[in-house]
Ligand binder design. Structure first.
Ligand SMILES: [Zn+2]
Length: 380
């Protein structure tokens, strides 16, 4: 079954579920009215304004962006080359462009986020306050609405260095700005006039900054950043399509909890027909507010690493070790494969290895959960 067909099916099922069973859990914030021009910095007219009735067909921000590339043909894959981030076949002009890495809010007031079902790759990172934040990478698929966008942390730069992606964000921690000043990561920062973001009125700040991949690409092109950086290679890029992986343990349901009071428990539930895991937040499927589709995951990678508070940081910000090695889990095809992750330097690939050699990812979206060593991860 193609990914598009799968998405349509999931969207249908979940749309029905939203209408019948889950009106609150599935409430969509998708923008429908005219949005302010990107980068206008307009404040919401009324922070308490409810979502517009009939929302659900999000519009890109006024001002748009460059002409959208042609859509991926139905069935996707017949005419295309594998996207370097997720192995999904796509037209060459789609994959031969720079990846965008957007920092997304994961506060309860920010969910459901928009754009996640179009991401090739998503990292989930712990941040201060016992919460997490997402870093969503977009390459072969465009997303007309992406957000809410938040500030960056220094450890988010490692996967950007690894992939050559442009970091898309509003502001950052002092450590993030210090690091941005000395490493080769391109940044589209709304605090510095990136000109690609807009605020919506149906959510309160700071959970109301949105963008579109077309607007980000337009801003990148204006800076001469349209091309993929040479040599960028993500270590967790999928291998050649293979028959269902063998050698793992069954893992049809997964539960994961970051330490901290602000986080819900996360779950992933395997759909054997579709061959993907559905991501669950507090037991409910995570929905992409931009299109109503469920967020599905072909490869779930758990990286255990050292997470410690930064000494003297007034906000309790964290140091997250992204270079080095540690325990890793790869969930794929309804199984789990245990191994280790390693990364020799910030710009070098992250590698996964198991007892029998490299752990290979399959084509499709990958989520990487960067968890503290004490995080509880269970499966059955
Ligand atoms: Zn992709």
């Amino acid at each position: 079954m193609s990914r598009r067909r799968l998405r349509r099916g999931l969207a249908l099922v979940l749309t029905l579920a939203c209408g019948l069973l889950l009106p609150l859990a599935c409430a969509r914030p998708a923008p429908s009215g005219p949005a302010p021009p990107p980068g206008s910095g307009a404040e919401p007219a009324s922070p308490s304004e409810p979502p517009a009735p009939g929302a659900g067909q999000p519009s890109p921000p006024a001002g748009g962006g460059p002409a959208a590339p042609p859509p991926v043909p139905p069935g996707g894959a017949q005419a295309g080359i594998p996207c370097p981030l997720d192995g999904v076949p796509a037209p060459p002009n789609r994959v031969d462009q720079v990846a965008l890495a957007v920092v997304l809010d994961n506060h309860s007031a920010a969910r459901p986020q928009a754009g996640l079902s179009s991401a090739c790759l998503v990292y989930e990172f712990p941040v201060e306050g016992g919460m997490t934040r997402l870093l969503a990478f977009f390459l072969h698929a465009e997303a007309a609405v992406v957000g809410p966008v938040r500030s960056a942390r220094d450890y988010m730069l490692d996967p950007c260095l690894e992939t050559g992606a442009i970091l898309c964000h509003i502001g950052g921690s002092p450590q993030a700005y210090e690091r941005l000043a000395r490493v080769k990561v391109r940044s589209l920062d709304d605090m510095k006039g990136a000109g690609a973001y807009y605020r919506v009125s149906y959510r309160r700040p700071p959970h109301n900054l949105y963008t579109a991949t077309s607007a980000l690409r337009q801003a990148a092109a204006a800076r001469g950043w349209a091309r993929r950086s040479a040599g960028a290679a993500w270590g967790l890029a999928p291998g050649p399509a293979v028959s269902p992986a063998t050698g793992g343990e069954p893992a049809a349901t997964i539960s994961l909890r970051y330490p901290g009071p602000g986080e819900p428990y996360l779950g992933y539930r395997y759909d054997p027909q579709a061959g993907v895991f559905l991501r669950l937040v507090s037991g409910e499927p995570q929905i992409d507010a931009a299109n109503g589709q469920a967020v599905s995951v072909a490869n779930l990678v758990v990286l255990r690493t050292v997470v410690t508070p930064i000494a003297g940081d007034p906000e309790g910000r964290l140091r997250v070790q992204m270079v080095g090695e540690g325990e890793a889990l790869l969930f794929r095809g309804g199984q789990v494969f245990k191994g280790r992750w390693s990364k020799a330097a910030p710009a070098l690939p992250t590698r996964l290895s198991g007892p029998a050699g490299q752990l290979v990812l399959g084509p499709g979206p990958t989520w990487v959960e960067v968890v503290p060593e004490e995080a509880v991860v269970q499966w059955r």
